[in-house]
Design a protein around this ligand. Sequence first.
Ligand code: XMP
Length: 536
Amino acid sequence: MTEQVTKQAAQTVLVLDFGAQYGQLIARRVRDLHVYSELVPCDISAEEIRALAPAALILSGGPASVYADDAPSIDPKIFELGLPILGFCYGHQIMAVSLGGEVAHSEVGEYGPATLIREHDTALLNSTPLEQRVWMSHRDAVSRVPEGFTITAHTATCPVAAMEDTARKLYATQFHPEVKHTEHGEQILKNFLFEICKIEASWTMDNITEEKVQAIREQVGDNRVILALSGGVDSSVVAALGARAIGKQMTCVFINHGLLRKGEPEQVEEIFTQQFDVDFKHVHAEERYAALLDGVTDPEEKRRIIGTQFWNEFFAVAQELERNGKPVTYLAQGTIYPDIIESGARKTGGKASTIKSHHNLIPFPDGVHFELIEPLDHFFKDEVRELGLALGLPEHIVYRQPFPGPGLAIRIIGAVSPEKLQMLKEADAIVREELDRYNQRLFDKTGQRNSAHSCWQYFAILPDIKSVGVMGDERTYARPIILRAVESSDAMTADWAKLPYEVLAQISSRIVAEVPGVNRVAYDITSKPPATIEWE
Ligand code: XMP
């Protein structure tokens, strides 16, 4: 299916995705155990799997009933490949019906925790208690196992909660070992991977880094690569990898639109000139952007101007390199695995269509053509972070909060001006300093970076109004700053952070005291939905 799978075939576990809400999670859990895993569409053929030569298969759960008209099916020849296979939930049921067993629609569904009772010795449940808590989410259930299978465990309402045919190395559970609520889920996965499949745990950051570096060298040869480096996590990790693989053959273009946060351009320049050996180009486009944005108030218009100018600046660098006898063959991008999955590559069964859609997103000028290089396209976000740390990127880049491409322009309501930018940068720096400290306190207490109450994204907004205040003996007529701080995991939904009063008070008094032109601070206490995280 992909180059990646082919290269690591001996140690890859393919997850056949039947539309499970937990599909990605299964691949994640397997990778947590240092075994490479990828999602593939459930309609993959036995021949395609044979060509990929994975070490094992996992059949995911899925929302359908196996007898529904549009239920996803599986090529039955997959069960004849001789590969160890583990099915969960829908995967368990489809294994049963494909091999001659039966699934019945039960009146009483089973959703949530259940007690699993072992009734037969099985390698799959080794080192776990005879009775244990598992997570169920199903209505249909296997009512008769296929020939050659043994029932190894049940629950009060599910007679076949686990079954296996050890001769054919086929295993399946009605419950979900991949979710944390299944108490011994990790041990069950370990048993499958290491005891049953005898897979080697070789998906470690050191090995991955080395493999990626080699792959980039092979792909690129003597050619030149260009990267739009934003200073965000993904593009920074690509730059750091590129530095290790091909050094100055890679030109990292950092377009400074003047809309970044205080100190950020300097930090990015320092890291990629002092720490990493790449050809770093700092494009000072601040004045060009200021002129283009002058008097523009519509948020979408701001976005359009900033986006279009970004690529104008970027292609100007590419053309300059060409004029200087350094033509660019490759465009490196920080595309990550969820982008690939979400953009529907799976549905079309391969990556080709995704690459095209990425190209389509970028308005290449006529006659410009780049080959794409996307070294992170099989990594989950937290793996990208791990890789960044392994490559020596500083924590403030690796754990940087999300920041919109149009930058501070969409946090200044109304027209952008140099004075407003200055005000917002100073206020935002205070918000970040105080809330970084608050997050660090929580981190120290829990030892976990994403503790439930830490702020996920936090920043300042400058609205287009003024209000009256009094400072010393003088009346002021100045601007407010709005504080936005949210808890979220994916930006799709968010809740306003319940910050302690003393943290809010500290932020408020510092901003009013330290930022000229500001006399008031308000806190946005709206969740998303109905609001969005950004104000524009
Ligand atoms: P909203 O405001 O839609 O934001 O709740 C969700 C997440 O996306 C970020 N965001 C952007 N990122 N370009 C970006 O690269 C944009 O135009 C943009 N607008 C919003 C926002 O910071 C939040 O994390």
